[in-house]
Design a protein around this ligand. Structure first.
Ligand SMILES: *[C@@H]1O[C@H](CO)[C@@H](O)[C@H](O)[C@H]1NC(C)=O
Length: 137
């Protein structure tokens, strides 16, 4: 942890008093709130992190653990690029791990965000729905 991240993290924990899981070098935290994609991303960034982004099976399982605890679909830190059907991390880098539900993504450019189902599979979804907010640090 950097000092800044450390304090931001504690502010988040105190303010949100939610669930926290450690996976590899990442810490995942959720307050159990359901918000739209932009609000979720903004809250995570304000706390010094970003939206939970699974880059391997282990991280996907850890995020799924939180999804299951709340039994709510969650937005992930993944977005569709200008090119329809092409999904990237928030920094624009291509995905090196995916866990799409069979026949997903199928939004053909109309579903720019990605949610995790309660079985850990991913679905492309519109960004203005209310989904569980999970941050990573
Ligand atoms: C993808 O890259 C990230 C960052 O380098 C790494 O942590 C992760 O394990 C990689 N995933 C796979 C499936 O190789």
């Amino acid at each position: 942890f950097s000092l800044k991240k450390f304090f931001s993290f504690h502010v988040l924990v105190l303010a949100l008093n939610g669930k926290i899981i450690e996976v590899g070098e990442k810490i995942l935290a959720s307050n159990g709130k359901e918000v739209d994609f932009a609000s979720a991303l903004e809250s995570c960034e304000e706390a010094g992190g970003t939206l939970a982004t699974p880059t391997n099976e282990e991280e996907n399982k850890a995020i799924l653990g939180i999804v299951k605890q709340y039994n709510r679909y969650a937005y992930l830190g993944i977005k569709e690029s200008e090119t329809s059907g092409q999904f990237t991390y928030m920094n624009g880098m291509p995905l090196n791990y995916t866990n799409w539900h069979p026949r997903e993504p199928n939004g053909k450019g109309t579903e720019k965000c990605v949610e995790m189902y309660t079985d850990g599979r991913w679905n492309d979804k519109r960004c203005n729905l209310y989904r569980l907010m999970i941050c990573e640090f």
